[in-house]
Design a binder for this molecule. Sequence first.
Ligand SMILES: NC(=O)c1ccc[n+]([C@@H]2O[C@H](COP(=O)([O-])OP(=O)(O)OC[C@H]3O[C@@H](n4cnc5c(N)ncnc54)[C@H](O)[C@@H]3O)[C@@H](O)[C@H]2O)c1
Length: 404
Amino acid sequence: MSVTSPTRPAPAGLFTSGDPVRSWTVSTAKPIRYQVDFTPGVLSPDNPALATAGTPPGPATSRRLVVVESRVNELYGARIRAYAEANRLDVTVHVLPAHERLKTMESVFGVARAMDRFGIDRRREPVIAVGGGVLLDVVGLACSLYRRSTPYVRVPTTLIGLVDAGVGAKTGVNFGPHKNRLGTYHPAEATLLDPAFLATLDRRHVANGMAEILKIGLVKDRRLFDLLDRHGERLLAERFAGSGPGEEVLARAVHGMLQELQPNLWEHRLERVVDYGHSFSPTLEMRALPELLHGEAVALDMALTTVVAWRRGLVDASRRDQVLDLMTRLGLPVWHPLCEPGVLAEALADTVRHRDGRQRLPLPVGIGGAVFVDDLTQREIDRAARLLGAHQRRLAAARGARHA
Ligand SMILES: NC(=O)c1ccc[n+]([C@@H]2O[C@H](COP(=O)([O-])OP(=O)(O)OC[C@H]3O[C@@H](n4cnc5c(N)ncnc54)[C@H](O)[C@@H]3O)[C@@H](O)[C@H]2O)c1
């Protein structure tokens, strides 16, 4: 850390002689270090990982506030309590219903009240968050605000949680009509990834997470795309059970995500390939609530920008069709009635504001590469949306003919 003044080199003796210093520059750096680990069997009583996660060195502490999403509590609450008992943890469980429309400051205040009631010792007792992306974002924000920073541990239970919401630094809630408008950067001390939670997740929510995996494949990892292309439908049906391609897909998705996030954790650089699929989707998702899930809105955005990239010669027609076909096979939408000029223009304008006045729009280059552009026109967007609308109608007609 340093404190400097333009007129005096050092802070010593500020008021001892002459004129007092009246201008200071305070500069410091906060090192960030957090752990993300695949931890199969995270709720097995003989696995100590969760009991010790996020605790400081020194004598072990046994009190924990565990915030669990309500459906997850129905499914896994008994196992969480049995785990605590086996590991001599004195847990208080706070059950929190969480879905996109409950991603609000009210939910954050609910967690803060639970922390107050619990009387948390914020230096020794990390909060444990168990749930999907919404719960992780809500608990993360509550922990970030509570006494200006309380450590927490994430146990994601959805696919989006495993590959995206559970591994980065961001917390947030929706505000007004805007997605994640209030939030902070406050990574968990530790994230424990156990894909076994996916066994109980419904198919649509698994597909929803596939969209974020596909994103990494499309702009960063050709092999990941190929794995999804070959095994995606089976992984979806089997909920990533067992070893084999599922393990590799999850590991590559998390690795790709962290490779992009780590050098730019505070997002000072606004050209981010992980923003692929997130230029139009925040507005589409919020406008369509509760109809579209997060990953579904991301898929619409990726379909649109794939077609734009094709028209610009960045992706050839066979790759374009391969991408759209894979999205459809994974149960993801490629078009929605909200993909119309007014909404798309508004969505892009909001994103430009967010990206400091420029589009900085990631477009795919072939499969596995990306480029940032600033010159996307409304005409290009409208034409891509119209082509996708026609594509959707053809798909629906073909489906109708098969069922006739
Ligand atoms: N912070 C980040 O960096 C980041 C990154 C990506 C996404 N997100 C956020 O994540 C959210 C989406 O997360 P999500 O898709 O996990 O949705 P979600 O948290 O709403 O969970 C979806 C549903 O799954 C149920 N559920 C959770 N785990 C289950 C399980 N194991 N078995 C059965 N049901 C289960 C829940 O009851 C919930 O209704 C969005 O709000 C998005 O903004 C955040």
